[in-house]
Design a protein around this ligand. Sequence first.
Ligand code: GCU
Length: 331
Amino acid sequence: MTTRRRFCTWGAGTLLLAGLGVRSSFAAEARTLRLSHNLTTAHSVHQAMQVMRDRVLELTDGTLSIDIYPNAQLGNQRESVELVQAGILDMAKTNASELEAFDPIFSLLNIPYLFESGEHYYRVLEGDIGRDILGATAGKGFRGLTYYDSGARGFYATRPIESPADLKNLKIRVQPSPTAIEMVELMGASPTPLAFGDLYTALQQGVVDGAENNPTALVTARHGEVAKFFTLDEHTRIPDMLVISEASWQSLSSAHRRALRLAAAESMASQKAAWQSASDAAVSTAKEEMGVEFIEVDTAAFAERTRPIRDRVASQSSRARRWIEAIEAQA
Ligand code: GCU
């Protein structure tokens, strides 16, 4: 029986029980989960989480709701995950860079040039390793529910960067991630960790000369208004990740957990289908409406500089080494 039919059967059971004056299992456990994230409502990741919210409502006969709070209105990514870990907030959309501060195992998803392509990235994240990484922090206050595509990251700045030599002495905003800091240092620039929401002003006021992200940041966060050069060096493919508080997870019934897992997986699939055109549209808008120049480069020169990171992360633990080798074997 498909999951949809199984849930439909529960729906019928609910009506029957209600008719007998007995509170149904779903009605007795009606819940609302609060989800915080730092992207705008125009972002494909926000839209994918709306897909999840609608699907979960449908699967649970309206008894499990998700209220989504975008634009970091409940706090930036770091603050949101801290609240999730403490069981004060139910869910947060963050990414594998921010999560390094909570568990070093996430460093492995931050290794430059770990994934050879988008196909390689999905082969890993949709497979056993992706699933195991989602569960890696279950004993640490939160667990991963799914991944969202955040494309390949490149440097963007107020000056053109054509080779690592052009990064010398530039102040580059990074996420508060030890691996991102190390990567930018190895490239010869000065890393400045900042929350995403503080970056526009930092660029505008010259606190930093540039940053690194996927092209959608130029448009959804308007960074292309200030940074007019985007380098396609594709140094990392860092997934966005949806996490749920362990306390919230444990408090859900098994039916609600199943519905949430399924809806989260479906939302990942919907965002996978939407990502490339969202990214392409951002590149066109950045070029045509904001005057951003996109620079093709020899990525090997950037990869060469950052090579020590892979071995440093592999030496962290036998699990990290095992997963890195397994990821490389799937290239
Ligand atoms: C990506 C990601 C965000 C993250 C941002 C950043 O855009 O989707 O979740 O905050 O990178 O660089 O901070």
